[in-house]
Design a protein around this ligand. Structure first.
Ligand code: F6R
Length: 608
């Protein structure tokens, strides 16, 4: 959450900062600002509201300089209004600070600093940082930052510039992401690579708990105790085009339509010479995997839903007892974890605070953690014993789409892999699954061709107040995910439920105005689900059914049906979610909402 950027060098600093902020905007977008040092003076431009308003302000009131910092905010403490917008300044307005994170002990620090005469202008927790640095500044900016970070509890990444030291940026991170880049002419720091991708082709992933002093041709990284750390730079693995909307009106649309390509790549990477290739970074030997007697998957949001599908697949193919927990629950519940339990984290961003905490909780108990992660070199990637790369490519849309289907396909391969090792999957079955998985990209392509039909359904129901999503078995997770997609971008109250649970309460919600999305592809629970659809109809609810082509029985009882191709039951959650992504997308855009910037949300949830 919150995007931070800093730059020193010969380019037009406000343009570099703004360019970076546009690409980091998915991290938070309720206010934004920049500060530039111009002829020894700190000049600040900031606005509550959209980044385009900051751009307008800078056009109206241009600034120039050779060093600056910028910020796009997702508010935690303090409303999105100008005084709370970063950069935050010290009392003398000589230093500018941009922060991502939460300072948990800010109240005590603020009391202490106010007692010493510091004047606070915002209601943010982070403002204490700049005043602490100011307090220690006599020792120089880098030393002041070192003394400051020792006083902070919580998680943070920040960059600070000072009018007194015009050639360097000083940055620090503790449990929040930060990268930097430099060459002989210029240097930059950002929350992630997308902030600097247009300028640098090498990046340094700043280690946790370290401080960086960054300038043209220099980058010194020390830990919080002051010991220097050498960190090699790595090639930037993405291009500007990867984080561009292309010809699509929204990132979300682009990413939905990218799914055939993404899924094709994953299938090609994972099936090599008729064998499963789970990647080179599993971090567990086959013998270790064979010994696993229990798996605990922990993740948040959409990744948690993928985990629910993973549970069905792992239990089915590998016969290993698998639990799926929401990371924010798992981290605090002191779960019973035996030595032969494998903990798995699933995360697109690799920076979700609760999922990282869950991973650490497992490591404290000396358990191995195998994570599915999309962003390489993210915290979850680096802290896990092993990883399976999700291979979805950069996902910018706040509503996760392609990462979800990519996570499921990877879990499918992992379940088969471990099932083979344990002797529960034979060669003939493996061939059957490979054939089914190889068809998935084309089948998703076919579903995407139903876009116009799905838009028509969206037009009928876009003014509905509430939606219910029902599914069973593997598609219970699809119901949860369909409801999450709809509510997060359309703000319609949408509930996902296991269809068999409907009678135990939610059935009371159903009336003649309520659309109920029923996910019923051909499967082992098809008949049961059909009964649930009948129960919906009997209560005058309006079913919108996701069914397999050729299924007449569901279609005769439901006016609105979306047909997905014939597939193995295990593949069905990958296919059946695609129409729901499109449905949510069209409903939200028909309501005139900005699907890439849904209110109150941000893409990467780096605070708990
Ligand atoms: C919903 C969505 C979120 C994320 C969740 C976990 O569309 O994107 O629910 O899935 O915040 O994020 P990652 O996977 O990055 O850990």
């Amino acid at each position: 959450m919150c995007g931070i950027i800093g730059y020193v060098g010969g380019r037009d600093v406000p343009s570099v900062l703004l360019g970076g902020l546009w690409r980091l905007e998915y991290r938070g977008y309720d206010s934004s600002g920049i500060a530039v040092i111009s002829n020894g003076e700190l000049i600040v431009r900031k606005v509550p509201g959209k980044l385009s308003e900051l751009e307008e302000l800078i056009k109206r009131k241009p600034v120039h300089g050779t060093i600056g910092v910028g910020h796009t905010r997702w508010a935690t403490h303090g409303l999105p209004q100008e005084n709370n917008t970063h950069p935050l300044l010290d009392c003398n307005e000589e230093m500018a600070l941009v922060v991502n994170g939460i300072i948990e002990n800010y109240v005590a620090l603020k009391d202490e600093l106010e007692g010493k005469g510091h004047i606070f202008r915002s209601l943010t927790d982070s403002e204490v940082i700049v005043h602490l640095i100011e307090e220690y500044l006599k020792k120089g900016l880098a030393e002041a930052v070192k003394l400051t970070v020792r006083r902070l509890n919580g998680n943070f990444a920040f960059a600070v510039i000072s009018a007194g030291e015009r050639n360097r940026l000083v940055c620090a991170r503790h449990d929040a992401p930060l990268i930097c880049c430099y060459n002989s002419k210029e240097a930059a720091v950002a929350s992630d690579i997308s902030g600097v991708v247009s300028i640098f082709d090498e990046v340094i992933h700043i280690p946790n708990d370290s401080i960086v002093v960054l300038g043209r041709g220099k980058c010194t990284i020390t830990n919080f105790q002051g010991k220097e750390i050498k960190v090699p730079a790595q090639k930037v693995s993405i291009e500007v085009g990867d984080i561009d909307k292309g010809h699509f009106p929204h990132f979300m649309a682009k990413e939905i339509f990218e799914q055939p390509k993404v899924l094709h790549n994953i299938v090609s990477e994972r099936i090599i010479d008729s064998r499963i290739h789970p990647g080179d970074e599993l971090g567990l030997s086959n013998d270790e995997l064979k010994k696993v007697s229990r798996i605990v998957i922990q993740a948040c949001g959409t990744s948690w839903h993928a985990g629910l599908v993973g549970k069905y697949l792992i239990e089915k193919f590998a016969r290993i007892h698998t639990e799926v927990d929401i990371s924010s629950e798992f981290r605090y519940r002191d779960a019973v974890l035996d030595s032969d339990t494998l903990v798995m984290a699933i995360s697109q961003s690799g920076e979700t605070a609760d999922t990282i905490a869950g991973l650490r909780e497992a490591k404290v108990k000396f358990l191995k953690v195998l994570s599915l992660v999309n962003v390489v070199q993210s915290s979850i990637h680096r802290e896990s014993d092993g990883i399976i790369e999700i291979l979805a490519g950069p996902e910018i849309g706040v509503a996760s789409t392609k990462a979800y289907t990519a996570e499921i396909v990877n879990l499918y391969f992992f379940a088969l892999y471990i099932g083979l090792l344990r002797g529960f999957v034979n060669k003939a079955e493996l061939t059957k699954h490979f054939t089914a998985l190889k068809k998935v990209p084309v089948q998703v392509e076919q579903i995407l061709q139903l876009d116009a039909q799905i838009k028509e359904i969206a037009e009928i129901f876009c003014d509905s107040r509430d939606f219910l999503f029902l599914g069973r078995g593997l598609n219970y997770a699809t119901a949860l995910e369909g409801a999450l997609k709809l509510k997060e971008i359309s703000y319609i109250n949408a509930t996902g439920y296991a269809a068999g649970e409907m009678k135990h309460g939610p059935i009371a919600l159903i009336d003649s105005k309520m659309p109920i999305v029923c996910i019923n592809p051909r499967s082992s629970v098809y008949e049961k689900m059909l009964n649930n659809i009948q129960e919906v109809i009997t209560r005058k609810g309006i079913p919108i059914c996701i069914v397999t082509r050729g299924d007449r029985r569901t279609r005769t009882v439901s006016k609105h049906s979306i047909l997905i191709p014939e597939c193995l039951e295990y593949v069905s959650p990958i296919l059946s979610v695609v129409p729901l992504q499109l449905l949510a997308y069209h409903i939200a855009t028909l309501k005139g909402l900005d699907v890439d910037r849904p209110r109150n949300l941000a893409k990467s949830v780096t605070v708990e």
